[in-house]
Design a protein around this ligand. Sequence first.
Ligand SMILES: [Zn+2]
Length: 91
Amino acid sequence: MEARISLAVIARDNLPLVTGYAGAPMGMPHCCQAGHQLKRMVYENCFVTTHCVRTVHAKQNAICQAAKRGMAIAGGLVSPKFNVTPTMTTN
Ligand SMILES: [Zn+2]
């Protein structure tokens, strides 16, 4: 099975402004380097999940990239989530 990367694009006036991927925020260690940081969550309805908190959603990373660059994204549209394969990102 081929690995996939979730990607988000924030665009305004049909022009892409910034992108983000599902993973560790820029400058932070990735799971493949530092291992997963699993946390158990118990919700009010007693539903229990365990997930990695080292990573954030692609949309969150895109918003952080815009903030880091001082880029206004007000009025921008966030793309639906794209799943791309590594071979799509190399060409
Ligand atoms: Zn992880």
